[in-house]
Design a protein around this ligand. Sequence first.
Ligand code: ATP
Ligand code: LTN
Length: 335
Amino acid sequence: MADTQEKKQIILSGIQPTGTFTLGNYIGAIRNWVHLQEEYDCAYMIADMHSLTVRQEPAKLRQQILSAFAVLLACGVDPEKSLMFIQSHVYQHAELNWVLACNTQFGELSRMTQFKDKSAKHPENINAGLFTYPSLMAADILLYQANLVPVGVDQKQHLEITRDIAIRFNNNYGPTFTIPEPYIPEVGAKVMSLADPAKKMSKSDENQNAFITILDPPEVIIRKFKRAVTDSDMEIRYAEGKDGINNLMSIYSVLTGDSYETIERDFSGKGYGDFKLAVGEVVAEALRPIRENYDRVMKDKAYLEEVYRAGAQKAGYTAEKTMRKVYRKVGFLAK
Ligand code: ATP
Ligand code: LTN
């Protein structure tokens, strides 16, 4: 019976359409989005507004937004179970961003490591949006009153500032927002670059061999793993100082379900070459159905449009409810 059923907890997450998603995005975030949609009330968003914080080429961005949306569907995010939408289609994100930005301190934004990293990477374009990025992200989450936010570990700091902003707002204006918790996987929260295992695997890396994209064909995946940087030791074991091997082991472990002990036992006496090939094969196999689904979904533009339009409408309804409450709390006059 509907009225005796417990209300499901709400999940919201987003991903920027700044390039083809990597294996890191998949393992750290999207894969969990798919699992979580069975038990939670989920909303997943293409964060196109966030991607403007770095200069984008308009025609390419438009294509990437659609492609990113199709990749989510191809990975198994199901619009029958989850709300899927594109951030810029729901104008309340920009509205709440403003209110939250006025309740966020310069000092706390200055401490964000992503801001420091990205401004070092793009010294010619340290724009105000890059600086206030976390208040827009807080708006994304708080508009939907999310309880949980599944992300990779690099986003933990942004979740903490979101919580701080929400707690402060509730204290100043009375209960308004649900305080969200991060949901970060234990293994695979930070997949490292294959070229430099001290660095996070990132879709915007200039070195193509540093990352695997979700849409790479099997032979490319295997070639990239064969070239993955490891160490001069010979043993396949998870240990400090073996960043390259640790990274390969965690990828293998997440996708096969095997523990590190099992992997160490199964590959004892074998060389790095054998292990790299095995990891490449497991990844290629895991991504194969996604690539096939993607090719199919991308051909059906009418379906894509139908899903994102319906998503925008539904998201807008929830977002507007929160927005009306926020405007009332801060003292704006009702229309
Ligand atoms: P960019 O390189 O453009 O900064 P990105 O690859 O870091 O982008 P985002 O859109 O910023 O991707 O992140 C989307 C989601 O993927 C976030 O939840 C983030 O934590 C997760 N994620 C990104 N990179 C990794 C990684 N290497 N390992 C695990 N999770 C990751
Ligand atoms: N900043 C995130 C993308 C993002 C997001 C969100 C994640 C934008 N809005 C809301 C979770 C919830 C990133 O992954 N770089």
